[in-house]
Write a protein that binds this ligand. Structure first.
Ligand SMILES: Cc1ncc(COP(=O)(O)O)c(C=O)c1O
Length: 400
């Protein structure tokens, strides 16, 4: 009898973490490597948030907390949903987890039975299908094609729904494409969902605050109140407040689902880190000045990267509405040969040869379920981005 669980046969390690590791290994060997693989802001956590954590330590807030989070944070979350999304949730309808990742995982754990289907737009964040697989569910992918600005159509969503569909997993702005749905685009999808009352909506709004220009963020339960009773709205402080290492994510939804997630978390990690929870209270209730400042910086970087990539031969890079990723197509380079004679057959070949030749680490699109593309995280300095894009231009120009 095999020792390891059968579910593990269906789980892959994270390609984004693998790329970051490969870049670190090359750096350790003395190579000049620019890593554009990691999905985290390069900014430091704002000072007021750090001070709130220090004050919490000094007050002795260093003990176990209630499983679903300290009341002050759950209240701050309920108010955030009201203030920013027009959504009415009581504090009891919220849950705090160790990162958005745990919240998503526990939602699947609490709801999926073998054979249950989760409809996931592709390209997708690498962890979604793996979480579904660990929880014995089945991922059903719908393509969000480059021709459609990486957004799924209502017809594709409609066609993917079966009697076994449990969740539609929505992520806007998206990791890995940065695509964000307008109110009208999202309404087309919620209209479909209204017609299928057995389908629940899991919306991952992690990049809510990172949208550019005059784009207005919206979330499913806001666009279609009829979905409120079957929507779990997930969010967190990692990306918006540069708090990836603090590990605080949260969700709000129907009470029964939140209670089920609480039960799982109670037998797993219990409450999230007490100090990080107090820091998150300050993030959500303190000054929000940091957000527009960062947004402006990210927008400048996005524009720089999109413009430079579109000047690379064979690369086509749409301008995304949000997050800190671009997802250019390298289709124009498939079949070409490097100076060393290697033929680029896939996007994975492209990123491998790019790293080899120019020391630029990016992640191949096939890892996110749609290629031939690659993902660049532009959460790094303008100088490094400019240098990386210059190297990409040189590499693409060298292919024959
Ligand atoms: C789309 C998406 N959802 C959720 C997460 C998880 O965030 P957290 O750091 O809060 O676990 C990430 C992190 O990369 C993400 O990109």
């Amino acid at each position: 009898m095999a020792f390891l669980a059968a579910a593990l046969d269906r789980v892959k390690p994270s390609a984004t973490i693998a790329v970051s590791q490969k870049a670190r290994d090359l750096k350790a060997k003395g190579r000049d490597v620019i890593g554009l693989g990691a999905g985290e802001p390069d900014f430091d956590t704002p000072e007021n948030i750090k001070q709130a954590a220090i004050a919490a330590i000094n007050r002795g807030e260093t003990k176990y907390t209630p499983i679903s989070g300290i009341p002050q944070l759950r209240e701050a979350i309920a108010q955030k949903f009201k203030r920013e999304n027009g959504l009415d949730y009581t504090a009891a309808q919220t849950i705090v987890g160790t990162g958005g990742k745990q919240v998503l995982f526990n939602a699947f754990m609490a709801t999926l039975n073998p054979g249950d289907e989760v409809v996931i737009p592709a390209p997708y964040w690498v962890s979604y299908p793996e979480m579904v697989a660990i929880c014995n569910g089945t991922s059903v992918f719908i393509e969000a094609r480059i021709e459609d600005d990486f957004k799924v159509t209502a017809a594709a969503l409609e066609a993917a729904i079966t009697p076994r569909t449990k969740w539609f997993l929505f992520n806007s702005p998206s990791n890995p494409t940065g695509a964000a749905y307008t109110h009208e685009e999202l309404k087309a999808l919620t209209d479909v969902l209204v017609r299928h009352p057995h389908v629940w909506v899991l919306t991952d709004d992690m990049y809510e605050h990172l949208v550019y220009g005059d784009f207005t963020f919206t979330t499913p339960a806001q666009v279609e109140p009829a979905l409120y009773d079957r929507t779990l709205t997930v969010n967190g402080v990692s990306k918006a407040y540069a708090m990836t290492g603090w590990r605080i994510g949260y969700a709000a939804g129907p009470l029964n689902l939140i209670k089920a997630m609480d039960m799982i978390q109670g037998q797993q990690t219990s409450g999230a880190c007490s100090i990080a929870q107090w820091a998150a209270v300050e993030a959500l209730t303190g000054t929000q000045d940091f957000i527009p400042r960062n947004r402006e910086i990210f927008q400048g970087r996005r524009d720089l990267v999109v413009s430079m990539l579109n000047q690379a031969s064979g690369i086509k890079c749409p301008t995304p509405e949000g997050a800190f990723y671009v997802y250019p197509s390298c289709e124009g380079l498939i079949g070409k040969r490097t100076e060393a004679g290697k033929v680029i057959e896939t996007d994975e070949d492209f990123v491998t040869e790019l790293l080899e030749a120019e020391g630029v680490a990016v992640v191949h699109g096939s890892a996110f379920g749609l290629g031939p593309n690659f993902r660049i995280s532009y959460a790094t300095s303008d100088a490094l981005l400019e240098e990386a894009c210059t190297r990409i231009q040189r590499f693409c120009g060298s292919l024959r």
